[in-house]
Design a binder for this molecule. Structure first.
Ligand code: ARG
Ligand code: ZN
Length: 884
């Protein structure tokens, strides 16, 4: 730790490795306070390099011995500094035996080898393998691995690593061993081991080609009743990748292991995926509909990495989106297909775009903005971002929009044909897509190299005489750190037209023979006009259907036009979008009114439109729920030059309360009509009903009657599933019923006692309080003193501290700066334990320069106070960039 500037790594400084590895043989003697690691590695000089120096990375290691081709090395045979071990003038063929000692019990960073609830786990992506042994810890060095694990049999009965189990047995003194061989060459970041007292659900599963594979889901004892959903999700993932992309599982055995202490969501280690328990464990008692859906998607995500990540990996970490953007796109498509309906697909698309806008758009407009393929970084772990993942997925989706599903599949086939077994770049992916389809996609490359969210302006002109509609599209992209000038992107804009009755008018571009309901215009210049022909009347334009590009569309449409789209658009995404735009218009106006102390009002046509959606029983409940959920406070903030978080909160609350009271009867009806009686099923149809019903409940709780509080209390008591129970309790706490009725406090205590032994539910208990606009900072401080709170467990830290700092706009941004002081204090505390998690907390302040002056000052004070301290490289990078 230091207060100095960390070194910046540049993408263009890439050089090929001087030595390649064909095999590594690893032996672990596992003990918490001293695990000895012996690595025997066969190196070969890389003919493409003119350096003869072997460069190995290492961090927090105790070097015991290093032997090269049978000879023990002593300094100056090698040099050791700045986390690198260098051996100059090495011959062509080198076998290195390196013995090191590591201390898993002292490892609170959760990178490398660490302990969670007494069991051993590893996390090596991005640069954790160097905390296990000295090795060229870079993804373009791919090797086959043999791993032998030795441990006490009673304490660690289960010993797992990548690939196939080739040997195991008992040893004297109550010890045992297991030997694993991974036949596929892999970079070190995909290495994993697990050792401990675990149990598994297992099944054999038949692949499309008739081969039987063994599938296992490993958990701590007592959790076997929570694995079936993950197992089902895995089987669906395998089948989906076979049918959609013709990609088969290449191993005889595929394992998922759940761990409670984990920095991120999950990790795609070859054949041995390691997951945050949050994305594995589920039963109706502890998991919500959202949890069930998340588990399916993350299980899918990690499984799909087996091809997009493991078989074909990244040349260097600047290419991270090559595997992440592509794999997120694949998991999104998987989840969409799994819903089994068009409206299910639309729901998934809306949710994904909502996340993009909520988190990625602000990132792209803030101090951490970076291209999908960044040009530089200080700490790579800071670049596991929504830009790399979610915007990266949008970039991949655009290929499919431009080339069609078949064209995209052809591109994927060529990508694997060319690069299977290799470490490649985003440019290689683009080339495969272009070559497979005979298209020049060179302009498309700008989506990888330019940061910032492009703005697209649309102007239309209808000519009734010639029955033509001209659409003028112009694009611009705001400057981002290090990039002031931007070139025009290739942007696919999907367009549809509706007539006065809400029917589709076929879209035909002048000079083309094809007409279709939705037409994809390719915007390539700064400004371009497209002429549509045979347009019999002035249409209502449905632009950027299904969100065909990750841009901000600026298109003036009247309330009438938006209402027409909301009522009639055949594109469900744009139907939802029209409703959001109607709401946003009013929310922005209301926020101004709050700031200027003007009276707040909401117009009748808007309330009527909401009523129409709410009572439209022909519309899928899940879609209605999305349409009736107002844009979040963060999304509203994104639209304002100067952010006044509490004014936004007040405006949005006013709108919710007004809609609650004006539509009370309709909400009541929606509540009653969407009860899901009988056995709990986490299927989209039921989940959609529950979502609408619980949204209705949250609106009803804003009406001025205590009856509805009792309704929610009954729901809590009678619920046979976590979704309904948590929704009731959350709404009760967030609405202020807690202040009115002492029962609510009792429920909160009941909830804690009832689930005391379910850490994932206790996380929910912390979150629902930390995100409540009714929870003061004093109550947050009290919660930090709660015996169940700890900084060491990332899920727990996130549920309370992140919940408050990231998702409690009303309280976090207190005028006196107390929220920011709280943030500074615990950021520093967390940084000493777990830099990766701390650096995420640091990002709460991303937007501080846009706050109103009364908040900007205390925010800056808190940032500067943090900046003066010793910080990890992770947190230092974020704080410096935020202040710069
Ligand atoms: N590759 C993993 C995934 O996307 C994420 C691992 C990130 N871990 C980290 N320490 N940065 O599924
Ligand atoms: Zn991933």
């Amino acid at each position: 730790m230091n207060t100095a500037q960390p070194e910046t790594i540049q993408r263009l400084d890439y050089t090929v490795p001087s030595f390649l590895v064909d095999h590594i043989d690893l032996t672990f003697d596992l003990a918490p306070s001293a695990t000895s690691v012996s690595a025997t590695t066969r190196f070969k000089h890389n003919p493409a390099s003119d350096s003869r120096e072997i460069v190995l990375n290492g961090q927090d290691l105790e070097l015991v011995k290093i032997v090269m081709n049978g000879r023990t090395l002593e300094k100056p045979d090698y040099a050791l500094d700045h986390g690198e071990l260098r051996i100059p003038n090495a011959p062509d063929d080198v076998t290195l035996v390196i013995d090191t000692l590591v201390r898993p019990d002292k490892n609170t960073s959760l990178m490398g080898l660490y302990i969670s609830n007494g069991n051993f786990f590893t996390q090596c992506e991005a640069e954790g393998f160097r905390k296990i042994t000295y090795y060229p810890d870079r993804p373009d060095v791919m090797a086959s691995y043999t791993v032998t694990l030795f441990a006490d049999k009673k304490k660690y009965p289960v010993l797992l690593s990548n690939g196939n189990l080739v040997d195991q047995g008992d040893l004297p003194k109550g010890r045992h061993f297991a030997k694993w061989e991974d036949p596929f060459k892999k970079p070190s970041y995909l290495f994993a081991l697990v050792a401990g007292n675990l149990v598994c659900q297992e099944e054999t599963f038949r692949l499309a080609d008739g081969r039987d594979v063994l599938l296992q889901v490993w958990v701590e004892d007592g959790n076997l009743d929570k694995t079936p959903h993950a197992m089902e999700s895995l089987k669906h993932s395998i089948a989906w990748d076979e049918s959609r992309f013709g990609l088969e599982l290449d191993l005889d055995r595929f394992m998922i292991v759940a761990v409670s202490d984990f920095n991120m969501g999950a990790m795609e280690n070859k054949g041995l995926n390691i997951f945050n328990t949050r994305y594995v464990l589920a039963n109706p008692r502890i998991a919500t509909d959202q949890d069930y859906a998340n588990i399916e998607s993350v299980v899918g995500h990690e499984y799909f990495h087996n091809w997009t990540g493991d078989r074909v990996t990244c040349r260097d970490w600047f290419q991270l989106s090559l595997k992440e953007g592509l794999t997120v796109f694949r998991d999104q498509e998987f989840s969409a297909d799994r819903t089994g309906s068009d409206s299910g697909r639309a729901v998934k698309r809306i949710e994904d775009v909502r996340t993009l806008r909520q988190v990625q758009f602000p990132e792209d407009a803030g101090p951490m903005a970076h291209p999908v393929r960044p040009d530089s970084y200080q700490e790579i772990n800071n670049f596991y971002t929504v830009t790399i993942y979610e915007k990266g997925a949008e970039v991949v989706r655009m290929y499919q929009t431009l080339l069609g599903r078949d064209g995209f599949k052809k591109g994927m086939d060529l990508y694997f044909k060319r690069h299977d077994g290799n470490a490649v770049t985003c440019a290689d992916f683009l080339a495969a897509m272009a070559d497979a389809n005979g298209r020049d996609l060179s302009q498309f490359e700008l989506w990888y190299s330019q940061a910032g969210t492009p703005r697209v302006k649309l102007e239309s002109d209808y000519d009734s005489l010639n029955r033509t509609l001209s659409l003028t599209l112009s694009q611009s992209c705001p400057p981002t750190p290090g990039q002031t000038e931007k070139k025009p992107f290739l942007i696919p804009i999907a367009i549809g037209l509706l007539d006065a009755h809400g029917k589709e008018i076929p879209v035909r571009v002048k000079g083309s023979d094809n007409a279709s309901d939705t037409c994809v215009l390719e915007l390539t210049q700064e400004k371009q006009t497209f002429t549509l022909v045979d347009v019999p009347e002035k249409p209502v334009i449905s632009a950027l259907r299904n969100f065909s590009a990750p841009v901000i569309l600026e298109f003036e449409q009247t309330d009438e036009e938006l209402l027409h789209l909301l009522a009639n658009d055949t594109d469900s995404f744009n139907r939802w979008e029209a409703g959001q735009r109607l709401a946003m218009r009013r929310l922005l106006e209301l926020t101004h009114a709050v700031r200027e102390n003007r009276p707040l009002t909401l117009d009748k046509p808007f309330i009527d439109a909401f009523r129409t959606v709410l009572t439209n029983t022909s519309l899928d409940p899940a879609l209605r729920e999305l349409a009736l959920t107002l844009p979040s406070e963060t999304i509203i903030a994104e639209k304002m030059d100067e952010i006044d978080p509490r004014a936004i909160h007040t405006a949005r609350q006013f709108m919710r309360k007004t809609l609650a009271n004006a539509l009370e009867k309709e909400w009541q009806k929606a509540y009653k009509n969407n009860l899901t009686d009988g056995e709990y099923r986490p299927i989209p149809q039921d989940a959609g009903k529950r979502a609408l019903k619980n949204l209705a409940l949250s609106y009803l709780l804003l009406c001025d009657s205590t009856d509805t509080c009792h309704m929610a209390i009954d729901q809590y008591r009678q619920a046979n599933n976590m979704t309904d129970r948590l929704a009731a309790l959350t709404s009760l706490v967030h609405s202020g019923c807690m202040q009115k009725l002492p029962e609510v406090k009792e429920l909160l205590e009941h909830f804690y006692k009832e689930y005391e032994n379910e850490p994932l539910v206790i996380d929910k208990w912390f979150s629902l309080q930390s995100t409540s606009p009714t929870t003061s900072i004093e109550s947050i401080r009290e919660l930090m003193e709660h015996p169940a709170f700890t900084f060491r467990n990332p899920n727990r830290a996130r549920s309370l501290i992140f919940g408050f700092c990231h998702n409690n706009m009303a309280q976090f941004h207190a005028e006196d700066g107390s929220g920011y002081e709280f943030w500074a204090k615990y950021l520093l505390e967390l940084d000493r334990i777990n830099p990766q998690v701390a650096a995420r907390l640091a990002r709460c302040m991303d937007q501080y320069k846009r706050y109103v002056p009364s908040l900007r000052q205390p925010a800056e004070r808190a940032l500067k106070q943090v900046s003066k301290q010793e910080l990890s490289r992770d947190t230092r990078e974020i704080i410096n960039k935020t202040l710069s």
